[in-house]
Design a protein around this ligand. Structure first.
Ligand code: ADP
Length: 492
């Protein structure tokens, strides 16, 4: 199959969240399964450091007209780092300074670029124009999030694509990685991104008078998917549907959930160069050294017996940091250490700063994006907390399990699908991997943490089993990629 994955980010080139990990891993795995999968993203500059990668020009002077303006771009490609010379795993880049040479990917100093609709509409149109110019016609175009949601709209409704026999059999899958980001804009943008009255209506991109790009993608794609089975159910309810629950219910037959995998060759403590000492399922001593090194690095009291709770996340309403902070005094009274790595909401940043000042030997806060530190926290912590309000899939709980760090999570979305709560039954049959709480509630969260701390302190054998269950769980991309292949095939 020819598969084009269209995304606004991809590791290691440009990343703000889990989408970047998913795009690259899925592309690599699809190629490994024998498909011709190509990943196309914008060539952000300076975010993508050309001194680190070899980018080869594969097409020059590709003309793309958008909203009456002509833009000329180049297409470049780069082998996905870590893949063999024999594999065909390449990321392709749209190089166009007018839209993508900026200090940020989506925003600057916290303010979104005013022309984001045009920038990503351009990405969608360029994807189609490139396929036609290259004479490489995908069987499936896999779009990801609102930035790519105009592609099915253009493909199905623009005369130049709709009536082009070359594109007759191209199917589109629209994947939702987080429904709370919908690409909602004033309808002033309509002519700029070639959205006309034939698609700007109740059953198209119109949403309470505004333009809603993701809604367009959901309405015009052949199939819709999201990143966990539970989230696929949740988004059809008013609690999680972010206003699009009715639209998603209407497409219920075409909606499925496939849990993301993780790159198990990267998130692997036995080969991880970022951590103080490597370890594995068969030799866990290194984990103690990692904890000590983390305590030293962050200026915490060095004591291997104090349970260390890690959090790594965007600091947003979604991730439940307000719930966590509201319970922090209660949590610290249980003699634990807490380490937080995150960036985001200013109120949460100030709150966290204040807490770290008040409890210098028990709380460490790093308010930056730091890939290396994220690995060291995963390796050095005993527990990993994710009290999310909602979580489409979540990757860090899976990373944590691979590092023998036991997750404590709210049972929602992908957290529910990937963490098996330690109950008498799951402990008995050896499937338990962590601790879950149902309601978004401080008391419930503390109870789950108490269950975890009790086991950590009083039942070392059971705790070790829990760590080992997580470390040996299969979160590889191979099973997720196979599910995507089945989905693509069912569309054709
Ligand atoms: P989301 O996509 O909602 O942000 P995920 O759990 O799916 O959440 O993915 C988040 C990714 O970003 C993970 O790879 C996580 O390790 C990483 N990450 C988040 N914040 C930071 C940070 N401050 N420093 C380093 N990595 C981070």
């Amino acid at each position: 199959m020819n598969i084009l994955i269209l995304s606004s980010e991809a590791v290691p080139f440009a990343k703000t969240g889990g989408l970047a990990d998913v795009s690259t891993s899925l592309c690599v795995e699809l190629n490994r399964l024998g498909h011709d999968a190509r990943l196309l993203i914008p060539e952000y500059c300076p975010a993508i450091d050309r001194s680190l990668y070899t980018l080869d020009r594969v097409m020059s002077g590709l003309k793309v007209v958008l909203g009456g303006h002509e833009h000329i771009c180049n297409i470049e490609k780069c082998r996905i780092p870590g893949t063999s010379q024999k594999s065909h795993s390449f990321v392709y880049f749209v190089q166009y300074g007018g839209f993508f040479e900026r200090p940020g990917m989506y925003s600057e100093s916290g303010i979104d670029y005013w022309d984001n609709p045009q920038r990503f509409a351009y990405l969608c149109k360029t994807a189609l124009e490139w396929c036609l110019a290259e004479e490489w016609i995908p069987d499936v175009i896999h779009c990801n999030d609102w930035q790519t949601a105009l592609l099915p709209v253009y493909l199905k409704t623009h005369v130049s694509y709709r009536d082009n026999p070359l594109l007759d059999n191209v199917k589109v899958l629209m994947s939702i990685h987080n429904l709370s980001y919908q690409g909602r804009f004033d309808s002033w943008y309509n002519p700029e991104i070639e959205v006309g009255p034939e698609v700007f209506h109740l059953h198209g991109l119109e949403f309470y008078g505004d333009l809603n790009l993701l809604k367009g993608g959901i309405m015009y794609a052949d199939r819709v998917s999201t990143v966990s089975p539970t989230y696929a159910m949740e988004i059809q309810t008013s609690e999680f549907g972010c206003g699009l629950d009715g639209v998603l219910q209407a497409r219920s037959e075409d909606l499925s959930g496939i849990l993301n995998g993780i790159d198990e060759s990267v998130w692997k403590p036995s080969v991880d160069k970022a951590i103080a000492k490597k370890y594995s399922l068969h030799g866990m001593n290194g984990k103690k050294a990692c904890k000590k090194a983390l305590q030293e690095e962050l200026g915490l009291k060095v004591d291997e017996n104090i349970p260390m709770i890690g959090l790594i996340s965007r600091l947003t309403y979604q991730k439940g940091f307000d719930l966590f902070l509201s319970q922090l005094d209660a949590l610290l009274s249980r003699d634990v250490q807490v380490v937080v790595l995150g960036t985001g909401d200013n109120n949460l940043v100030h709150w966290l700063d204040d807490v770290a000042r008040r409890y210098p030997s028990n709380v460490a806060v790093a308010l930056r994006f730091d890939e290396g530190l994220s690995h060291r926290i995963l390796a050095g912590s005993d527990l990993f907390l994710m009290p999310s309000r909602f979580e489409p899939c979540g990757l860090t709980q899976m990373y944590a399990m691979k590092y023998g760090t036991v997750p404590v999570v709210r049972a929602t979305g992908g957290l529910k699908d990937s963490v098996i709560d330690a109950t008498p039954t799951s402990l008995e049959d050896g499937t338990a991997t962590g601790f879950c709480f149902e309601r978004f509630d401080g008391w419930d969260m503390i109870q789950a943490l108490d269950r975890a701390l009790d086991m950590y302190r009083n039942d070392a054998a059971q705790w070790k089993k829990l760590m080992k269950n997580g470390m040996s769980a299969d979160f590889s991309w191979s099973s997720s990629a196979k599910s995507y292949v089945e989905l693509y095939q069912s569309m054709m």
